[in-house]
Each structure stands twice: as structure tokens, then as C-alpha cells.
Design a protein around this ligand. Structure first.
Ligand SMILES: *[C@@H]1O[C@H](CO)[C@@H](O)[C@H](O)[C@H]1NC(C)=O
Ligand SMILES: *[C@@H]1O[C@H](CO)[C@@H](O)[C@H](O)[C@H]1NC(C)=O
Ligand SMILES: *[C@@H]1O[C@H](CO)[C@@H](O)[C@H](O)[C@H]1NC(C)=O
Length: 544
């Protein structure tokens, strides 16, 4: 074929346009994958570094706060916090650990930062984040509880809360409205933290973030936390006076807030790792002994564990229903001898309150100066999973039972001062008051020590005397000799001394009248009789 010059010109033009077209398409093709790749690397990375599941707990003391969160990719752990002036925010770095069994796409990297020596009764603001500023979280705030006497302390208490609990939103709003100092979740968390390779745990911690990022969320392990040696529980939470991750053989701890000593124990040692029973029991004994030595400063002892010692649910297979309940036979004597005022549990998906009870006997039918621990079981939030029925209410020790299917409720605990504690239960659906209790105790003490009250002309102060058997009001205890720990109650001493002094002074001032009266009326009967008869006679005469 012969090309004319015109045709070849056209050919070149077509080639030029075609190659331009090809080049444009190729360039576009080259650029497109590059963009996609960029997005792949940058955007999801940022998302995978975004902190989620932020929650806080109290540290070793009430002025320490521990902050935790999770990310999908590895990052360092940074908290920026301040008391209102962000310019002066402090920046503190903590630890990151990997929880390996979380699902592929889940938040495997767990972060913990501890803020120490915060000022009591102060509001703190904080953000959590990592290496870059872009991943810094929203701002949250929390209040450090007061430590001085004279403050009311309010807590929210419940057990057995999962992602399917119906009234979760109500509960979260209530927690924020009431400004609780802490939320206590007494075991069975999320149902279950490890389920779906951790997806349920992630979901639950995201759901409660709105509260748990602002109010210390305190926990004990329940039977639903036991999988893989409590793995998810030990990693996802960090409780006071324990290392992190929490050690599988030490899931119990205690801490103080104001006038309260909280003891958080694991009932699961009796069922899943018997090897740790002795350790925990010994720890409980020591802890209670120490707590009783500081009882005048911290009069209330409140213990919380997942499984109750007393219950009147229908299911006779439950430990609390058994004659030889493992939890009761192992712990009741210790709590009685340790003077625990209140024991709160979950596990059974209903609500029950006992009278002050010891060895299955109610010690009294009121809560005025109880002579034994009072037990409360509040697991109603789990009723959506499997309600517990109670058609045949338990022994004479049972004071109140609420076991209506589908009624979710929570407990509100208020400690007013050294003598007055208030507990109430409210229904989630309508915030209706379901049960309440005033626990009044002015004799906080080991219950196996007899209470001796000496009469006191000035009233109440004298009633606060405690004494060991047969040592009611010995000079020894009064002077504080021989290690008597009641001897250092200076206020009482002072009251007794002042009242004795006042009686002496009054006696001296009135001695003439008193002596005269005794002489006239009692020693010499004659003048008395004469006096009376003469009066009588005179009156009679006048009338006549
Ligand atoms: C303790 O608190 C209760 C309830 O508010 C109150 O009635 C009581 O008087 C208080 N006691 C003392 C000693 O302040
Ligand atoms: C206390 O007194 C009772 C009798 O009143 C006696 O049986 C008991 O042994 C005494 N206890 C002590 C520790 O002395
Ligand atoms: C001190 O108490 C111990 C045990 O309670 C007792 O054996 C001892 O005799 C007491 N000492 C005095 C001086 O009373």
C-alpha cells in the first residue's frame, strides 16, 4: 500500500491523539492505585489508633485514678490531664500490652495510665492518645472523691450486666445524673468479655464508656469471667493494689474511700481455682484485722463478691441454697469476726435483702445496731438472660425478695456518716423505689465481741463504749493500759470525767437540802409523819 503524504499526515495525527489518549488513561490508572493505597495506609491506620472503650477506676488510694482504653493497632499510652486550664495540662505516659486472643479486627492493644496524688474533691479533665495528636480522644472528666469526714458518699451498685440488658441506656443516664462517686459491678460482665473472640467485651466496654470514662468503674470477677483463667477480665480492668494485668491467683483487693473500707473478693476461687482458696482466706483475715485497727477512722466495712451466701431462689442447685454452701461456710465466720457491716453480691438474677444474719439465724428484725452482717443480692440486670424465680422465700433471715421476671433494677448506696448508711433499690424502667434500708450502727466492731454499754448521765457518748468480755469498764481499759484499743477514745474519757465532775459539784451544792431531806423523810420517820398528819389535821379543821 502506498501512502500519500496527506494520508501519512493524517496517520501521524491519529497516532499522536491515540498516544495522548493512552498516556492519559495510563497516567490516570497509575495515579488511581496510588490514591487507593494511600487511603489504605493512612485512614484505617488512624482509625486503628483511635482510642476506644475508655474507662477509669480508683487507684491504690482514693486520690489515684487509673485510666484504660484500647486501640486496634499498637501505640504508646498517653494521658493529658488538667483541672480546667488546658494550657497547663500535664502529660503522662503509661503502659501498652497486647491481648492476643482478641478477634482479628478487634482492639487488641490495651493501654493503662495511672494518675497519682490527685487533689480530693477536685474535677479533672483528660484526653487519652498515643504518638500523634490526631488520635487524641474527646475530653472526659471525673471527680476525685472527698477524703475528709462530713461528706456523703454515693455509689451505684449492680451485678450481672450484659450487652443485652434492656435498660442499659437508663442505667447510664442515671449514673451520670446522680453523680455517683463510683459504680460497682459485682461480677458477670458483658456476657462475656471473651465471647466472639473478644467482640462482646469490646462492644460492652464501648457501651458503658459514657459512664465508665467519667466515674470509676469497680469490679469483682464472676463465673462468666473465668474463661482462659480470667484472661479478658485480668487484662481489660485494673483494680487498686494489684499489678496489671491482674494476676490470676490474686483477683481480690481492698481500698478506702472516706469512712468506708471496701473489700472486693473473688467467690470464684471456691469453684474454679481451689488452689487459691487459702491465699484469699488468709488475705481476708489479715485485711479485716487491719481494718478493725483503724475502725474509728473508717467505721464502715463493706464487702462485695459475686456469689451470695444467702438466697431464696428456686434453683436448689445454687451454692447459696445448699446447706453447706461453699461461700457461706468459708467466709461467714470471717466476716462475722471481722465485723463486716454489709455484704453485696450478684449472680442470682433477682433481688434479696436479709436481716442481720449469722449461721442462718436472723439476729434481730431491724437494722438498728445490727449484731451481724446484712446481706444484699442485686443481680436483676441479668434477668433478661435467665431470670431467677423465688416462689418460696427463704428462711426467717430473709427480709425482702423481688423476683419479678423482666424487672431490671439497680442499687444506690449512700454513706452519710460514721453511723448512718442508706441503701435503696430502684426499678430501671421508671426509677420507682422498690426497696430501702437504713442501717444504723454506732458500735462498728467484730461481731463476736460482746457489746457492753455503760450508763452515762450525759447520754449517747457513754453508749459508745465497747469492751471485751468481762472487761466492760475496767480501769485498765479506761487508761488504755495493756494495749487496750478502747483506751485511746479520748472523747469518751473526757465525757465521763466531765460528767463525774458535774455530778460531784451538783452534789456539793445541794448537799444541805439532800441531807435534810434524807433526815426528815427517811431516817426519822416521826417528823415526817407529824408533818403530814398536822397538815392533814389543819386542813380538816379548816373545812369543818
Ligand atoms: C448521720 O446522718 C444521718 C442522716 O443524714 C443524720 O440523721 C444523723 O444525725 C447524722 N449523725 C451525725 C452524728 O452527724
Ligand atoms: C467472762 O465471764 C463469764 C461469766 O460471767 C465466764 O464464763 C467467762 O469465762 C469470762 N471470760 C473471760 C475471758 O474471763
Ligand atoms: C495484759 O493482757 C494479757 C492478755 O490479755 C494478760 O495475760 C495480762 O495478764 C495482762 N496484763 C496486765 C498487767 O493486766
Amino acid at each position: 500500500m502506498v501512502l500519500t503524504s496527506r494520508m501519512s499526515h493524517l496517520f501521524y495525527q491519529v497516532c499522536l491523539v491515540a498516544s495522548c489518549f493512552v498516556w492519559l488513561v495510563c497516567a490516570a490508572d497509575l495515579e488511581k492505585p496510588a490514591l487507593v493505597a494511600n487511603r489504605d495506609i493512612l485512614k484505617p491506620t488512624q482509625a486503628s489508633l483511635t482510642p476506644q472503650q475508655i474507662h477509669i477506676s480508683l487507684g491504690n488510694s482514693a486520690s489515684d485514678v487509673t485510666i484504660m482504653w484500647a486501640t486496634r493497632a499498637h501505640d504508646i499510652s498517653i494521658v493529658e490531664y488538667h483541672t480546667g486550664d488546658r494550657q497547663n495540662a500535664k502529660r503522662i505516659e503509661g503502659e501498652t500490652i497486647k491481648l492476643d486472643t482478641t478477634n482479628e479486627d478487634g482492639a487488641k492493644y490495651l493501654h493503662r495510665v495511672r494518675l497519682l496524688n490527685l487533689s480530693p474533691q477536685t474535677k479533672y479533665f483528660y484526653h487519652v492518645g498515643g504518638e500523634t495528636v490526631e488520635t487524641l480522644s474527646d475530653q472526659f472528666s471525673f471527680n476525685v472523691p472527698p477524703v475528709m469526714a462530713g461528706n456523703t458518699h454515693t455509689y451505684m451498685v449492680y451485678g450481672d450486666l450484659g450487652t443485652e440488658t434492656q435498660d442499659l441506656q437508663f442505667l447510664l443516664q442515671e449514673a451520670l445524673n446522680e453523680k455517683y462517686e463510683a459504680v460497682f459491678h459485682v461480677g458477670d460482665i458483658a456476657y462475656d468479655l471473651n465471647r466472639g473472640q473478644g467482640q462482646i467485651g469490646d462492644k460492652f466496654l464501648k457501651q458503658i464508656e459514657k459512664v465508665a470514662a467519667r466515674i470509676p468503674y469497680m469490679t469483682v470477677p464472676g463465673d462468666h469471667e473465668r474463661y482462659d483463667d480470667f484472661l479478658h477480665y485480668r487484662y481489660r480492668f485494673s483494680m487498686p493494689n494489684l499489678p496489671w494485668p491482674m494476676p490470676a491467683d490474686n483477683l481480690w483487693y481492698s481500698f478506702d474511700i472516706g469512712p468506708i473500707h471496701f473489700i472486693m473478693y473473688s467467690t470464684e476461687v471456691f469453684f474454679y481455682d481451689e488452689i487459691n482458696i487459702d491465699n484469699m482466706v488468709q488475705w481476708l483475715r489479715n485485711d479485716l484485722e487491719e481494718a478493725n485497727q483503724q475502725r474509728s477512722a473508717k467505721p464502715w466495712i463493706i464487702a462485695m463478691g459475686h456469689k451470695p451466701m444467702y438466697c431464696s431462689v428456686d434453683n436448689i442447685g445454687e451454692d447459696c441454697r445448699r446447706e453447706k454452701s461453699l461461700v457461706r461456710t468459708s467466709l461467714e465466720d470471717i466476716f462475722y469476726a471481722g465485723g463486716v457491716d454489709l455484704v453485696i453480691s450478684g449472680h442470682q438474677h433477682y433481688y434479696e435483702r436479709t436481716w442481720p444474719v449469722y449461721k442462718k439465724k436472723a439476729m434481730q428484725y431491724n437494722y438498728n445496731q445490727p449484731n451481724a452482717p446484712v446481706h444484699i443480692t442485686i443481680g436483676t440486670l441479668g434477668s433478661v438472660y435467665m431470670p431467677d424465680k423465688s416462689t418460696n422465700v427463704g428462711g426467717q433471715w430473709s427480709a425482702f425478695v423481688l423476683a419479678e421476671t423482666g424487672k431490671e433494677s439497680f442499687g444506690r448506696l449512700k454513706v452519710f456518716n460514721a453511723t448512718h448508711l442508706y441503701w435503696e433499690v430502684r426499678e430501671c424502667a421508671n426509677n420507682k423505689l422498690v426497696d430501702k434500708l437504713w442501717l444504723i450502727q454506732s458500735f462498728h466492731r467484730p461481731f463476736n465481741i460482746q457489746r457492753v454499754v455503760i450508763p452515762n448521765p450525759l447520754g449517747e457518748m457513754g453508749d459508745k463504749w465497747l469492751a471485751e468480755e468481762n472487761d466492760s469498764f475496767g480501769l485498765e481499759s479506761f487508761l488504755g493500759l495493756n494495749g487496750s484499743h478502747y483506751g485511746d477514745d479520748y472523747q469518751t474519757k473526757l465525757t465521763v470525767l466531765i460528767s463525774v465532775f458535774i455530778i460531784c459539784v451538783l452534789g456539793l451544792m445541794a448537799r444541805k437540802k439532800v441531807l435534810g431531806f434524807i433526815r426528815i423523810c427517811c431516817l426519822k420517820k416521826e417528823p415526817c409523819n407529824k408533818l403530814k398528819s398536822s397538815v392533814h389535821n389543819n386542813a380538816g379543821t379548816n373545812v369543818v
